[in-house]
Design a protein around this ligand. Structure first.
Ligand code: ADP
Length: 151
């Protein structure tokens, strides 16, 4: 059976750290669905969702086993509907771990078939975060080094 992983996130914006998780995930899975979702805790986006969809699609235009979509429903439900058996997430530090741990427990409860898989960040991307990039961009700083596409 084809191993399909869902990589959900706000991706506001999608960074080189996210790209790294997806590319490394390809060694484990036959297909990865990158899904830009609305996170209720961070409901107002900085980067337009359609723009981000285009940018991520450009990033992976050479990979037909990476799909890029948007969604606004429960991640566990979206995974079930799209035939994803795995939920891929990245971990940078203990703060990520605490957050990811509780999400994974809830997702397990909602969809017991869905296995969460975590990849530890590569050291060169460990300090890249979407929130810092938003701050730099807000004040006209150059963020191009952190993004795998041109804004
Ligand atoms: P969310 O709003 O769902 O937390 P994010 O877009 O912030 O979504 O992140 C999506 C996933 O990517 C999360 O699992 C997050 O921990 C991970 N991630 C974010 N930045 C990095 C990075 N630099 N290296 C590895 N993983 C990362």
């Amino acid at each position: 059976m084809k191993r399909v992983a869902l990589f959900p996130g706000s991706f506001d914006p999608f960074t080189k750290g996210h790209e790294d998780i997806v590319l490394r995930g390809l060694k484990l899975f036959d297909e990865i669905i990158v899904a830009i979702g609305y996170n209720s805790g961070k409901s107002v986006r900085y980067f337009d969702i359609e723009l981000m969809l285009k940018c991520i699609r450009t990033t992976f235009s050479n990979h037909d086993n990476i799909k890029v979509v948007t969604f606004s429903e429960l991640t566990a439900e979206f995974a079930r509907k799209n035939g994803a058996q795995y939920l891929l997430r990245g971990l940078r530090n203990t703060t990520d771990f605490e957050y990811e741990n509780s999400i994974a427990q809830v997702n397990r409860f909602l969809n017991a078939e869905l296995e969460s898989v975590f990849l530890i960040t590569s050291p060169q991307f460990a300090s890249i975060s979407s929130s810092i990039i938003r701050e730099v961009h807000r004040y006209q700083g150059d963020v191009s080094n952190f993004l795998p596409y041109k804004l």
